[in-house]
Design a protein around this ligand. Structure first.
Ligand SMILES: NC(=O)c1ccc[n+]([C@@H]2O[C@H](COP(=O)([O-])OP(=O)(O)OC[C@H]3O[C@@H](n4cnc5c(N)ncnc54)[C@H](OP(=O)(O)O)[C@@H]3O)[C@@H](O)[C@H]2O)c1
Length: 342
């Protein structure tokens, strides 16, 4: 059985969910996929733990952030360089908080990891928005795996379907409801709530962040659209190329008007190739019942592809939380190792 070192960068919600999943799925990974993962490093911002060669792999599944800091192997100031110096290359699982526009500090670490021969999976959108093309190029050149399913809608398998299941088809447009918070708020406004009431309900239910600015402003959807569009259309566009309109208190009357006409107002992210250069747009649109994403309500997400040979293919659902994001990263690793074995 293949044994592979795993280094975890970020021990927050997603990082801890990944550690728990690795432990929970140990037998399945081994029996069904023939892969054994040894967790050898886990870093927070102020330091981390490293089990160098000769030591047992780490068992961190029961720990919270403070628990990691109190671990006997915790070293204040331990950073990625020391991990790369101390371990044979394996898989770097990156789930730290990254700047949404520059992708730093994650972007530099991903580049360094690949340069040193590590496979990389990430849940962070920032590095992908900043330089998906460069990272994919580097991964190809170095012959390493680069997985980012967790960054494009957590467990919604948007990237996989577009890249793998539609291989050979010409995708002419991608439409997505890519942000659970705005979809929840729009759904509730269509049912008669005002903007403030719908948003505070989303916050109470843990769907919306305490600061929902990037969600309601349409920027979270725009970044995901940019990543998916660059991926499917082999382009290297930037966030500034996406026309973005978010939702606000004024959208409530639009949502109610749409409901009165039997439609639903959705924050739709569109990448459209009809005009040659892909048009990228995020904004509220009233969908009628024939639209493939009409039934995607509440905090649900979905993505729909129009193709030349396979018709319209739509994927809906997938957990939109740390466990879903962690599972998407694990899936990327399993698929990558599976591909390498065949
Ligand atoms: N939460 C979700 O449902 C979800 C879903 C999909 C994707 N994502 C993405 O996944 C990433 C992580 O999300 P999260 O919710 O787990 O965030 P989080 O709870 O804020 O955790 C972030 C972790 O990164 C660590 N960190 C920050 N800067 C670091 C540095 N320079 N070096 C090493 N570690 C550093 C933090 O350290 P400290 O512990 O010291 O603060 C913390 O452990 C984000 O990019 C997010 O956008 C999240």
């Amino acid at each position: 059985m293949t044994r592979t070192n795993v280094a975890l960068l970020g021990f927050g919600n997603v990082g801890r969910a990944f550690v728990r999943l690795l432990s929970e799925k140990k037998a399945l990974l081994c029996q069904r996929h023939g892969i054994g993962f040894d967790l050898r490093a886990a870093l927070r911002s102020a330091g981390g733990v490293l089990a160098e060669a000769g030591r047992d792999s780490l068992d961190l599944a029961g720990l919270d952030r403070e628990g990691l800091a109190a671990h006997p192997l915790f070293r204040p100031g331990l950073g990625p360089e020391a991990v790369f110096d101390g371990l044979e290359p394996g898989v770097l699982v990156e789930c730290m908080s990254a700047h949404p526009d520059t992708g730093e500090p994650a972007l530099s670490v991903l580049r360094e990891a690949m340069a040193r021969g590590w496979h990389v999976v990430t849940a962070s959108k920032g590095p992908l928005a900043a330089d998906l093309c460069g990272l994919r190029r580097q991964a190809r050149t170095k012959g390493v795996v680069f997985g980012f399913s967790g960054a494009t809608g957590a467990a919604l398998p948007a990237a996989d379907v577009g890249l793998r299941s539609l291989a050979g088809a010409d995708v002419t447009s991608v439409q997505g409801i890519l942000n659970g918070t705005t979809n929840f708020v729009l759904t509730r406004m269509g049912e008669g709530l005002d903007y403030a009431g719908a948003l505070s309900e989303a916050q109470r239910l843990g769907i919306a962040e305490p600061d929902p600015g990037r969600d309601v402003g349409g920027w979270d959807s725009a970044v995901k659209l940019l990543i998916l569009s660059n991926l499917f259309f082999d382009e290297c566009r930037k966030l500034g190329d996406v026309a973005v309109e978010g939702i606000s208190a004024a959208t409530a009357s639009e949502a109610r008007r749409a409901a009165g006409r039997g439609k639903k107002l959705k924050l739709l992210a569109r990448a459209d190739r009809a005009t040659g250069r892909t048009g990228l747009r995020v904004g509220p649109e009233a969908l009628d019942a024939r639209h493939p994403l009409y039934g995607v309500d509440g905090a649900e997400k979905g993505v729909s592809f129009a193709t030349d040979t396979m018709g319209v293919v739509t994927v809906v659902g997938g957990r939109s939380d740390p466990r879903g994001a962690a599972a998407a990263m694990l899936k990327d690793i399993i698929l990558a190792y599976g591909d390498r074995k065949t």
